[in-house]
Design a protein around this ligand. Sequence first.
Ligand code: SF4
Length: 373
Amino acid sequence: MRMRLDWVKKKMKYVDEYRDAALIKGVLEEIRRIVTRDWVIMEICGGQTHAILHYGLDQLLPPQIELVHGPGCPVCVTSLELIDKALAIAAQPNVIFTSYGDMLRVPGSHSDLFSIRASGGQVRVVYSPLDAVKIAQENPDKQVVFFAIGFETTAPPNVMSVLQAQALGLKNYSVLVSHVCVPPAMHAILGAPNNRVQGFLAAGHVCTVMGYWEYLPIAAQYRVPITVTGFEPLDLVNGLLMCVRQLEAGTFSVENAYPRAVTQAGNRAAQAMIHKVLQPADRQWRGIGKIPMSGWAMRPEYADFDAEKRFDVGAIHTEESRICIAGQILQGLKKPVECPVYGTQCTPQTPLGATMVSSEGACAAYYRYGRTA
Ligand code: SF4
């Protein structure tokens, strides 16, 4: 089996090969062969959650392996408070508010960006923050704001847009920043008294930017194996196999199951660009609460491009919904089907929480792929 997996890592060229049923079946058989007891493993990223449910991998694993779904869905963890700030900015008459499409349906306290657009607000979907910079160039009489949410993965293009706007001398471009980072969330999950997670599949795309050196002390401190894992089904089962091997052996190192994209150091140029524009800051995670130094905010040198300062929305404070248990789901404590309103009051058409809205949200994935209690 090891030889077969080594061949997979070295020779694969096309994405279809990572969906090869025979190879996936072989890896699953190996997991079944080596597992001797129950293990709880968390896949960090919502993209991984969707791929696992889409390909039915959760149903093909041996019953000893329980997968729980982590907080790595940027739309899901963006705080209600920040969404309310976005709504307050987008409703202003001289503003063109730009965002990735997923954010438009995420409910704030009383409204969402779609409703703002329906009532005459200029809310536009863009596919890159550089598109928002272009809109700012074309509309010098308007204030153009980009909703810069996400994990480490989306930070490089977001800060690049600020640097480009600065280079172009634009005075009408700003970003509403809500960046969060994976390592502090892992600390929060593992340090909680009710933690159930025994091993992690780390998010391959985050590690493409940041590397995985930050995970080495986490694995050592909490004695958990961490496997950097991609998003195709073969990547996922291979990451699980490496994690289960360590769990069964009682070891707890960081391994890379995504070497075609990830190195330990990551993309140093991208990291330098991020740290030039952003600095560590406390962040409010939707449903989880405040995690100290768990994200990034704009450095004072770039305050002119900080929409929160430009539009004076810093004073908006909002309470999270009491019905939605997304916070417990994102910490691996509950499954979407355990939410009392899952599939009844809360559906993708009538979402009560962000995990039902986002294409990466665990509740939306369970609903889409027909998982029931
Ligand atoms: S089903 Fe809806 S209300 Fe329940 S946790 Fe998921 S998003 Fe929240």
